[in-house]
Design a protein around this ligand. Sequence first.
Ligand SMILES: Cc1ncc(COP(=O)(O)O)c(C=O)c1O
Length: 398
Amino acid sequence: MMTDNRLLAALTPQARNEPDSGIIRAAMHGFTVPGVIPLWAGEGTLPTPEAFARPAAEALLRGETFYTWQRGIPELRAALARYHTRNFGRPFDDDAFYVTSGGMQAIQTIVQLIAGEHGEIIIPTPAWPNLAASLRIAGARPVEVAMAFRNGCWRLDLDRLFDAITPRTRAIALNSPSNPVGWTAGIDELIAIRDVCRKRGLWLLGDEVYARFYYGEKAEHRAPSLLDVCEDDDQLLLANTFSKNWAMTGWRVGWLQAPRVLGPAIERIIQVNSSGTPAFLQRGCVAALDEGDAFIARQVAEAREGRDLALRMLGEIPGLRFEIPRGAFYLFFAVDGMADSASTVRRLIDEAKVGFAPGSAFGPGGEGYLRLCYLKDRATLSEALSRFQSWMAVSRPS
Ligand SMILES: Cc1ncc(COP(=O)(O)O)c(C=O)c1O
């Protein structure tokens, strides 16, 4: 019989040494404490609307339970092309889209396509930790470039970003609007990054899963996108998901957008990762894309209200600093005197019954901050924030 330690020692170093996600660690602890209001994860309180769920349930009951297209069912790829044509004001081809098991698997597929062993991908941080983790697990290397929070604003220093390029660099990753800070790239920044990628022969790894959650001044229906500045034959790979726009986090369906010539390579990777996304789920995704605009508008309005409520209530607490986020649905705020965000999050769960994510989970530049998701109904959010206010009035963060 092998001891536990010998079994663990027999794993690859990547599998053995990869740390837990700090967000998941907070959530797993929070699940054990009754009455906690969870603001740690990136999801709202609404379940998937029936109009999207019903076609999936019916397809399941009808017996759509067989292996399916590696790229995704043709109907969904056509619906993705229609959705993009509608939202980006130019035509898109069905062949640009590949259905994956969540945005996470779109990212993993991109990593498998381009990172290679020891390859480097440059990631501005604080960032959602899963891209860096999938690179490490694949034997590649995340090169993290910390953004700066100065004069109340998050800024990405493009010179520092480009200085991080080495002969091993394979891609620059750009998550805009960003999780966790809500920073959103402007067209000029997108063009500058595109131009450097073109000049240096690098891939651009775009993560625009929060594009529709954008609070611009002119009531724009989406954030500026890499699709606004790139051509079909640019080295652009985009990860996206049904999770956020259509309240489908538990479905685990996303998509990848890539130049058409990569089709066979992507299909081979999908074959060995998941062998395709369940066809019956994809039927619900067609309905979400074709009939979901009003639902997205409602969610974005709720997020905007939640953001304003959170800004007001956090603004009443002394010692907090944050930027008014322009996109996504998180507030990432600095807490004066807090040195260990993970331990503070644990105490908030136990003592205040409110659940945030620790800033340390988001890589360099994240310690000293907490993240909350404000895509919640008013009553839930306001109760969570008043619990936090009361706790801060009498406690010292760790
Ligand atoms: C920045 C970012 N990218 C991708 C994802 C992946 O989404 P999912 O795997 O739920 O589709 C998330 C989820 O939180 C995210 O925050």
